[in-house]
Design a protein around this ligand. Structure first.
Ligand code: HEM
Length: 481
């Protein structure tokens, strides 16, 4: 059921691209991107002027290919304009059933002390979901704007459905939801579960009316939530603020790569300066991360927000999720990526790793994808391509620094890597505060409940303590001695 018209071209190899300065904004862009509401696309690392001699048709093909990353010079991986807030009327039944879940305050199926009334209320909501017709998805595309809203609505409904079920029964996602969610996910080429892009990137509006369409750190509000708690909103917005503050790092990467291309002494001096600034930006990302403590309380987050995110691989009873109707449509594949949303899917942090040369793959068993690489398959396809593109850079920063004898350059590079390592130190503090602490307290309170036996896993399904230490250690190992 994949619409091949939506298949994106692979980014061009680096040796075909100039690295002249400037985010490129080709005038023909609106015709290149029929689904784009945006008037700007980033041709990251490509020359606006494409100043190498090439036949005209080749040049335009490169520009065309290079403009598919959906990275905006003002808002980075977040869209520069407010995402669609409601689907067109043909799909209103989905929006209504989602509104109904929120209005009925549907509770988690394994909530300690769940009342009979709450059980009845969620069962009657689930019955309503089962009665929905299987709405066609063929008219949702080709616009990714509409498809993204469809993914948000369907996956929130699906997680409401699955996580409100009694904790010991089967998990069967009714075909009214499973078929459209599988189809929409195939069109977007992302897994049929809630992802970071659903909860953060495409799930915001302006807090106060704003002339500027661009999202800003202090003027965001979350649109769709499970609990409606401020703790949930702040959890999402913390990540959104990191995405936005990180935009400066993207710009610094671009100018650094331009300088690497030139590679003379002046370039080395400038790169050192850019890396020092980048270290400051990453330090600010750490501050924004720690600021999550202002309005997101650990216990409500752990007990009332986080359980909604669980994917199949975080199921405490190891139940398999059955996507009803999967066999009816031969074009659909059984989902293999089944983790819930994790900020491990934030392209911003991945981009810092790739740019600085932090290698998460090397410690994985041969032939096995690292968690970080797996998380890339949950990112919007164009962001994924952007990371691939960056990773295939033939002039990587770390190798450039290592090949240089310039002391100041080495120090500046290490400063940026240390800032990222300190971000991960802070992240471990946050994970302890928001998961390990509340888990211990919840286990004490719920002597016999299923929660007591919950393994300490991230929503991405990792053994979180070992995993977070590993990513931190790999960052430390990147420092050049
Ligand atoms: C209350 C806030 C947070 C908690 C409790 C938390 C918890 C976790 C956990 C448990 C993992 C392990 C992977 C998994 O299985 O999901 C993880 C991974 C990760 N998280 Fe967070 N996280 C929080 C906020 C953030 C924010 C705001 C960011 C940045 C956008 C972030 C970035 C990452 C990254 C990049 C990973 C992959 C591992 C790494 O790079 O070190 N997290 N997080």
């Amino acid at each position: 059921m994949i619409d091949h018209a939506l298949e994106l071209p692979m980014p061009p190899p680096y040796d075909m691209i100039t690295m002249f300065p400037g985010f490129s904004v080709p005038p023909r862009l609106s015709t290149l991107e029929p689904d784009s509401p945006y008037d700007m696309r980033v041709a990251f690392y490509t020359g606006a002027t494409t100043a190498i001699s090439m036949e005209a048709h080749k040049t335009s093909a490169i520009i065309q290919d290079a403009h598919v990353f959906d990275v905006d010079p003002r808002s980075g991986f977040m869209p520069p304009e407010e995402p669609l807030s409601r689907l067109p009327s043909a799909w209103e039944p989905w929006e209504e059933v989602l509104d109904a879940a929120v209005a009925a305050k549907i509770q988690l199926g394994d909530k300690v002390g769940l009342s009979e009334k709450e059980k009845r209320s969620s069962e009657s909501w689930r019955a309503r979901v089962r009665q929905l017709p299987v709405l066609s998805t063929s008219e949702l595309g080709p616009s990714h704007i509409v498809l993204r809203r469809a993914h948000i609505v369907l996956t929130y409904i699906m997680h409401f459905y699955v996580q409100s079920l009694p904790p010991h029964g089967q998990v069967v996602i009714p075909r009214s939801i499973s078929l459209p969610v599988l189809r929409v996910s195939a069109l977007l080429d992302i897994p049929p579960l809630l992802t970071f892009s659903d909860t953060v990137l495409y799930n915001w509006t302006h807090r106060r009316p704003s002339e500027a369409k661009i999202p800003t750190i202090n003027n965001l509000r979350t649109k769709t939530m499970f609990s409606g708690l401020i703790d949930e909103e702040e959890f999402y917005l913390c990540s959104a603020r990191i995405e936005l503050r990180g935009v400066e790092a993207l710009e610094l990467m671009r100018v650094t790569m331009d300088e690497i291309f030139i590679g003379d002494q002046t370039a080395v001096r400038r790169i050192s300066k850019h890396l020092q600034t980048m270290a400051t930006v990453v330090q600010e990302l750490k501050v924004l991360l720690m600021d999550v403590r202002r309005e997101c309380r650990p216990d409500p987050y752990y007990n009332e927000v986080r359980p909604w995110f669980r994917g199949e691989d975080s199921d405490m009873e190891h139940r398999k999720w059955v996507f009803e109707g999967l066999d009816e449509d031969p074009s659909l594949k059984k989902p293999t990526e089944i983790s819930g949303p994790s900020a491990g899917q934030s392209s911003m942090i991945h981009v810092l790793d790739v740019f600085l040369g932090v290698d998460h793959q090397s410690s994985s068993p041969p032939g096995e994808r690292s968690f970080m690489s797996r998380m890339q398959s949950y990112m919007p396809k164009r962001h994924r391509l952007f990371l691939d593109h960056l990773a295939s850079n033939p002039r990587p920063l770390r190798a450039f620094v290592m090949s240089s004898a310039d002391q100041a350059l080495h120090e500046a590079y290490n400063l940026a890597v240390v800032a990222l390592k300190e971000f991960r130190d802070a992240h471990m503090i946050i994970a302890t505060l928001y998961i390990l602490g509340p888990a211990r307290r919840a286990a004490k309170l719920a002597q016999d409940s299923a929660r007591k036996r919950e393994p300490l896993r991230g929503t991405g399904g990792t053994d979180l303590v070992t995993f977070l230490k590993d990513t931190r250690n790999r960052t430390t190992e990147t420092i050049i001695p």
